[in-house]
Structure formats: structure tokens, C-alpha cells
Design a protein around this ligand. Structure first.
Ligand code: SAJ
Length: 477
């Protein structure tokens, strides 16, 4: 523990004023929980006044949430902390100079996944804005998911360059990755354990002081910054791998004419000591800003940090990247099922009207980042189909007309394709849907296991479902 950082921090005293850079799905709930904690006096949310996101500043300062979709407790909390004067959103980054701690929750997508090239441009901008206003004794925390080595490498370099200060001597630096899922943002932050990885012990201790007040069930799990980066990228990579495993099984079950859900129940039944089964759910694909890219952060990490040291079977592909390929194949598989269904109804993709139900990457949310629906949409149009898209939550999406009138989308549809598991689609009435389609054998393709095949088959539909080999070649009634 370096004397100077500890004394800088001791001199500064307890953390009272906090800044959160990036008002998105991660930054907004975190800022509100900090603002709601009695230990902290004031929280600033920093948002660039850009064309695409600048509107959030005024909305938040009016006590409104820019996040659509079901987010229990968030709207109320925003109203509460804004009314109490504990939270303010601004694009004036110079305010950072008066704070004790700053967190960064900024998107870290990939420019090119094949060459493992991340796009850290937004993150670098954020780090520069913080670095320019950094003062001795302050704490900086990266919450964004990053390539292992980024906190002690790129982030440290930019902060030191911009501030003229030294990490671990003049200021504290840590990685404390977010672990939130849309639909339960506040709950996840409060109840999940928090990985806290400082570049040194003083930084870990200071970051622990920051997060402890907002944790209810969660505990702080301290480690090094790089171990924290690997933990985050690995947990998402493992989840993606688990989904790929069940997706591959679903494809096998279709080919063998059996029901993957029977098999899943069977496999899942083997419980007991030393046996952990983490079977996830097959589906139309994996989307979102996390699972679709964190594997590549991990892969890049071992390439950069583990340069020449990795002992791995020569010429064998990475298991994790293979999993990505399987999950990326599922929208194409959905299109194959749609094509097969239409052929069973005596039709072709070309000229057919497809009603796509669900654009968001996850159920009951407006989150449409990297949606699996997009590649299906593009390939269906390429194949000559007309595609209408319905989503109850997503407001808009570049290049796609998102409709909120379900009847209109279903009208004259030859095929209905369920891509997102929104609750609304669990109550589809086959008779009403068939009437709107207005054809003798509408096709229904279930990519999220939300409908009962038999009910639709009985009503003259041609049914196709992920993993439903037991139903996909049913007699057409
Ligand atoms: N999906 C399946 N089958 C499943 C689970 C999910 O096909 O059994 C699909 C979903 O439909 C979606 C995608 O995968 O398209 C991602 O879904 P998700 O439930 O993983 O949601 P994310 O990406 O928002 O959340 C993940 C979580 N990571 C882990 O659980 C390890 C969350 O805890 C992270 O905070 C989040 O990534 C993140 O921000 O990193």
C-alpha cells in the first residue's frame, strides 16, 4: 500500500460526491442507487449532449426514465432522488473536479470481431473527460466490460496522460464490472455480488467503500483488476457457451424427431452432490450488448496478455468462438424453418408476407442492441419475402419499421415468426390469428417456445418450433 495514495485518500475523507459517466442501462440505475444511499451527498450523471442521447439529460432532470420496458422501481427512484436534489444530470464534465469518485459505464463494442478489434472510441472519450478533471485522492472505476488488461493498460495511460497524476500514487483506479440484466436493473445491482478489482489494495479498498452502501444481498468480492476483467468476460462467455450447447441439442432433437424440452427436463433431473446442471433455453438467437461480444474481449485478452504463453491444441478453434458461431446460426435456422413451413403450405419465401413478432433481444424490454431478429429480417428480404415487424416495447430501429399494431402486422401474413418472448405473445389466439392471416394454412414458427403447438396445429396452422422435432413434421389438418 503506497503511503501517498492512502494519505491522499485519508485526507480526502469518506466518499461523498460521485459521478457516473454514461446514462444508459448500466449508468442510470447505478447513479440512482448511489444517490439514494444516505452515505452519499450528491451524484452527477454525465451524458454527452449528442443528437442521439442528449435528450436523456432533460428527461432525467425532470425525474423521468429514458429507459422503456418494464424496470421495477426505477421510475419512482429517479423521481425521488431528483426531487431530493441528490441527483443531477449534466454534460458539463468539468464538474468531475469536485467529486470523490467517478464510474464509467460506456459501451465497448467491437469494430471487427474476426480480427478481435474492439471499438474503444467512446470509452477513450469518457476517460479523457475524466482525466482532464481528475484531482489527487479521487477514485476512478470502470464498470464497462473490457478486454482483460484494459484497466491497468489503456485506462491508466489515458488518465495519467490527461491529468499528469499517477495511478496507485495520486489516484485510485479499479474495475468493478456491471452484472445487470434489463428488466431487473436495480435488483441485480443490489443483490448480485460485486466483483471489485483495484490496480492495488488501496484502490480495491476505496472501490469497496463506494459499492458497499448500495449492496443489499450482494457482497464485495475483491481481486486484482485483471482478474476482475477476466471474471466478467468469462461469465458471459460461459453463459453464451451454455446457450450454444442447448441450441445445438435443439438442432439435434429436430433432426431426430424428438422434443428438446423433454430431453432438457430429463437431463436437468440428474441432481445431487457434485452434479451441477446449468441447462439454459434454446431459442431464435442470442442478442444484446454483452454475450455477443464479451467472448471476443476474452479472446483478445489471452492474445494480448497471454501473448505466446497459451498452451492449446494446435489448429483447434476456440470452444468459445465456436459457441458464438452456433448461436449466430440460430436466426438462419429460423429462416430455414420458415421456408420449410411455407413449402408445407405450398408456398415459397419469395413473395410471402412474414409477420415477425418481437424485435428486442430480450423479453419485455425495449432493448434492441444486436438483436438476433435483424439478420433474419435481412435474409428474409433478400430471399424475396415481405416482412412486417411487431414489437410492443421497441420504439424505433434504423432501417426497420417497428409496428405496435399487432393486428395490422398479422393481416394477410403467410407466416408468423416469434422472435422475442414478450409476454403478449404467450396469449396469441390461433383462431384470431388465422382470421387475420386470411389463408387456409398459416405457418407459425416459434423461436421462444411461447405457444402450444397442438392448439395451433388443430386450428390448421403449419407449426415449426426450435427443438420440436416431435411436432415439426406434423400432419397438416
Ligand atoms: N438467451 C437464450 N437462452 C437462454 C438465455 C438467454 O437464447 O437460456 C438469449 C436471450 O434471448 C438474449 C441473449 O441470450 O437474446 C442474452 O440474454 P441474457 O439473459 O444473457 O441477457 P443479458 O445479455 O442482458 O445478460 C447477461 C447476463 N450475464 C450472465 O448472466 C452471465 C447479465 O448478468 C450481465 O450483466 C449482462 O449479460 C451484461 O450486461 O453483461
Amino acid at each position: 500500500m503506497s503511503r501517498s495514495l492512502a494519505s491522499e485518500i485519508a485526507e480526502r475523507g469518506a466518499i461523498k460526491k460521485i459521478g457516473v459517466v454514461g446514462m444508459g442501462y448500466v449508468g442510470i440505475p447505478a447513479a440512482m442507487l448511489f444517490a439514494n444511499a444516505p452515505q452519499f451527498d450528491k451524484v452527477y450523471g454525465f451524458q454527452r449532449a449528442s443528437k442521439t442521447s442528449g435528450y436523456k439529460i432533460a428527461m432525467l432532470n425532470r425525474g423521468e426514465s429514458p429507459l422503456k420496458g418494464e424496470e421495477p422501481g426505477l421510475e419512482d427512484l429517479i423521481r425521488q432522488v431528483v426531487a431530493a436534489g441528490k441527483f443531477e444530470c449534466t454534460s458539463d464534465f468539468s464538474k468531475i473536479a469536485g467529486l470523490d469518485a467517478v464510474t464509467l459505464s460506456i459501451q465497448t463494442p467491437f469494430l471487427n470481431k474476426k480480427d478481435l478489434l474492439p471499438d474503444f472510441s467512446a470509452l477513450k472519450d469518457g476517460l479523457k473527460n475524466v482525466g482532464r478533471n481528475l484531482r489527487p485522492g479521487m477514485l476512478v472505476v470502470l464498470e464497462s466490460t473490457v478486454t482483460p488488461g484494459t484497466t491497468t493498460g489503456l485506462a491508466r495511460e489515458i488518465l495519467e496522460q490527461e491529468s499528469g497524476l499517477k495511478a496507485g500514487v495520486d489516484f485510485a483506479l479499479a474495475h468493478a464490472p456491471e452484472r445487470v440484466m434489463v428488466g431487473r436493473l436495480l435488483k441485480n445491482i443490489r443483490e448480485h455480488d460485486r466483483i471489485v478489482g483495484g490496480i492495488d489494495e488501496a484502490s480495491t479498498a476505496r472501490a469497496t467503500e463506494l459499492y458497499s452502501p448500495i449492496l443489499t444481498k450482494g457482497r464485495v468480492i475483491p481481486m486484482t483488476a485483471t482478474a476482475a476483467e477476466v471474471t466478467k468476460t468469462a461469465e458471459n462467455t460461459f453463459r453464451d457457451l451454455q446457450i450454444a450447447a442447448i441450441n445445438e441439442l435443439a438442432l439435434y432433437c429436430e433432426a431426430m424427431g424428438i422434443n428438446v424440452y423433454d430431453v432438457r427436463t430429463g437431463v436437468d433431473s440428474l441432481k445431487g452432490e457434485g452434479i451441477t446442471r446449468a441447462l439454459l433455453w434454446p431459442g431464435a438467437g442470442v442478442g444484446g450488448h454483452c454475450l455477443t461480444k464479451d467472448t471476443f474481449h476474452l479472446e483478445r485478452g489471452v492474445q494480448v496478455l497471454g501473448k505466446g504463453l497459451l498452451d492449446y491444441p494446435a489448429g483447434e478453434p476456440s470452444l468459445y468462438v465456436l459457441a458464438r458461431h452456433i448461436n449466430d446460426f440460430m436466426p438462419a435456422h429460423m429462416l430455414n424453418l420458415t421456408k420449410q413451413g411455407l413449402e408445407r403450405a405450398g408456398k415459397q419465401l419469395r413473395g410471402a408476407k412474414i409477420a415477425m413478432l418481437g424485435w428486442a433481444f430480450i423479453a419485455n424490454s425495449d432493448d434492441a442492441r444486436d438483436p438476433p431478429s435483424e439478420s433474419f429480417f435481412e435474409h428474409a428480404i433478400e430471399a424475396g419475402a415481405k416482412v412486417a415487424v411487431h414489437d410492443p416495447w421497441v420504439q424505433s430501429y434504423p432501417g426497420v419499421t417497428i409496428e405496435h399494431d399487432l393486428e395490422n402486422v398479422l393481416t394477410h401474413a403467410d407466416a408468423v415468426v416469434v422472435f422475442t418472448g414478450h409476454s403478449q405473445y404467450r396469449n396469441l389466439d390461433p383462431l384470431a390469428v388465422r382470421k387475420l392471416c386470411g389463408v387456409s394454412h398459416p405457418v407459425i414458427v416459434d423461436g421462444r417456445n411461447v405457444i402450444d403447438p397442438d392448439t395451433f396445429i388443430r386450428n390448421g396452422f403449419v407449426y415449426k418450433g426450435i427443438g420440436r422435432g416431435d411436432k415439426n413434421n406434423h400432419p397438416v389438418l
